[in-house]
Design a binder for this molecule. Structure first.
Ligand code: AKG
Ligand code: FE2
Length: 354
């Protein structure tokens, strides 16, 4: 198998920041030229295999003419796609946007051949859940198997449209279409696109240049994905999946259990960070957001001495900011809920944890 490309930690951090700000980011060289060619060759073979199995590679309602080749169920058709869907760079971007828990919603290809035209304008989140679309909740990792640019039908997107929260924010079609601009990227890149970003496929106006893209779609674990992998993958394919990939595909028995964390008293945010800290008063759950961006959930409502406290590793920066920043910084971090009894208990807990 050909080597992966090169992505530096700094590129990744820049991409995460850009994605957060603009709702998209391009990361070049995620796979090298040889690997990109191999994936493209296997995509064409997967197209043949899909048709052989009776899964059409054109949907009349989706694309305006016959110049688009759509390959669905990629992961069933070739293991190379099961490898790509869990590529470390993709997963790092996905988890940075959605958190540790997420599900794979879909993985398909769209080859826009010369003469192909745009599909309907949409955001992928709008296909999956009703408005309001309040947060990222879903994203696409778009694998470029060819260079993509305006003339060969690059995906067109509307800058800033990831801020549109309801259908009422979306301008009428004619107006919206004037706002579209193409993604531009080299073969071997990924384009990471917020599920809220409105977009469509471009028109391929070249004479003889294909545009081949794979769309890996991921969503927050409380949303139902586009494909039910328990049925969409054969037993034979499921038997090849790692425990981790089974979880990401949602083919384990548990469905939607324990995926909404941090806002209830049943499922905590992150076992590494959760501390049941007693409070003298009955009350709500307090949230501290330390400088490192992680979230610390502090459960109140129980007396300190009645709680079994399990020592846990706390990053030095977090412990320091909580202990030595007191009272000003800690009070701010507790979102204004820094009553002295709470702060005292939190400090005690941290000292015991340390
Ligand atoms: O092919 C493209 O450029 C866009 C495809 C797309 O947005 C989709 O299938 O949801
Ligand atoms: Fe889309």
């Amino acid at each position: 198998m050909a080597a992966n490309g090169t992505v530096t930690p700094q590129q990744l951090e820049e991409a995460k920041a850009k994605f957060k700000e603009d709702g998209w980011a391009v990361i070049p060289n995620v796979i090298d030229a040889e690997k990109t060619k191999e994936v493209l060759d296997r995509l064409w073979k997967a197209k043949e295999e899909s048709e052989r199995r009776g899964d059409p590679t054109r949907l009349e309602w989706l694309d305006p003419n016959e110049s688009n080749v759509r390959v669905f169920y990629l992961m069933e058709l070739d293991p190379i796609f099961r490898e790509l869907i869990q590529h470390p760079v993709a997963i790092e971007m996905v988890q940075s946007a959605l958190g540790k828990n997420f599900l794979v919603s879909n993985f398909t290809a769209n080859i826009a051949r010369p003469g192909s035209k745009s599909m309907g304008l949409h955001s992928d989140l709008s296909l999956q859940c009703p408005d309001p679309w309040l947060s990222t909740w879903g994203l696409n990792v778009i694998w470029c198997l060819t260079d993509i640019y305006y003339e060969n039908g690059a995906t067109l997107y509307i800058p800033g449209s990831h801020h549109w929260k309801t259908r009422a924010d979306v301008p009428p079609d004619e107006e919206a279409k004037k706002m579209l601009v193409p993604f531009e990227a080299k073969a071997g890149s990924i384009v990471v696109m917020d599920g809220r970003l409105w977009h469509t496929s471009g028109c391929n106006i070249t004479k003889d240049v294909d545009r081949a893209l794979l769309f890996g779609a991921y969503n927050a674990p409380f949303l139902r994905g586009q494909v039910n992998w328990a049925v969409g993958l054969s037993e034979e394919t499921k038997a090849t999946l790692s425990p981790q990939l089974r979880e990401w595909l949602g083919v384990n028995r548990d469905g939607n259990l324990g995926v909404v964390t941090g806002v209830n008293d049943v499922f905590v945010e992150d076992p590494n960070y959760c501390m049941p800290v007693g409070n003298q008063e009955e009350g709500s759950v307090l949230r501290a957001v330390p400088a490192d961006g992680s979230t610390l959930w502090v459960k109140s409502g129980q007396r300190m001495d009645s709680v079994t406290f399990t020592p846990i590793p706390i990053p030095l920066s977090l412990a320091a900011s909580l202990q030595w920043g007191w009272p000003g910084e800690l009070a701010r971090q507790l979102n204004g809920a820094g009553r002295s009894s709470t702060i005292l208990n939190l400090n005690t807990a941290l000292l015991r944890a340390g």
